[in-house]
Design a protein around this ligand. Sequence first.
Ligand code: GLN
Length: 195
Amino acid sequence: HDVTGILAVQGAFAEHAAMLDRLGAPWRLLRAAEDFDDSITRVILPGGESTTQAKLLHSTGLFDPIEAHIKAGKPVLGTCAGLILLAEHVETADGDTITDRHDGPYFATLPVHVRRNAYGRQLGSFHTTAEVKGIGTIPMTFIRAPFITSVDDGAEELARVNGHVVAARSGNQIGISFHPELDSDTRLHEAFLAL
Ligand code: GLN
């Protein structure tokens, strides 16, 4: 049993499932607490709207099993809103610290500071290519993306675009600002499946 659980309460979960299909990797959508069982060995937290996802994580009962999974050191990939869910520290677009449980922090397991909607409205969405440490140069699609303003003790920077950190890792947690599931390059998902 080696099934990737894809959080599917809101956001771009179907695109992650399509990516895993291309790689022949089994997956299950996580919509309710009973979807999470011992066969789930890794978890993907997709892009979307982090505040909405957090509310639904609590109302579905999925928050606790996913938190336990991450705290047990098992692999988790957070993309965009998923990075926000993982971050120990969350900032507004203006750089103010957020400290209420509605706007974050949420799982607070990845030792980074993340700034929501960091590119503002004009530059909110763009496409580029850049190198990810250990993976190579890959396409990157950003949609109202956060970026990482500080990589803290225990975390490692994996990629940088225009001077801003857009990917970081700590143990088996990978958090990225962009949406690899929206491009055809499978290498980031392959690296995640190899954890
Ligand atoms: N702006 C969204 C948030 O703050 C993240 C955007 C995304 O996941 N594409 O949750």
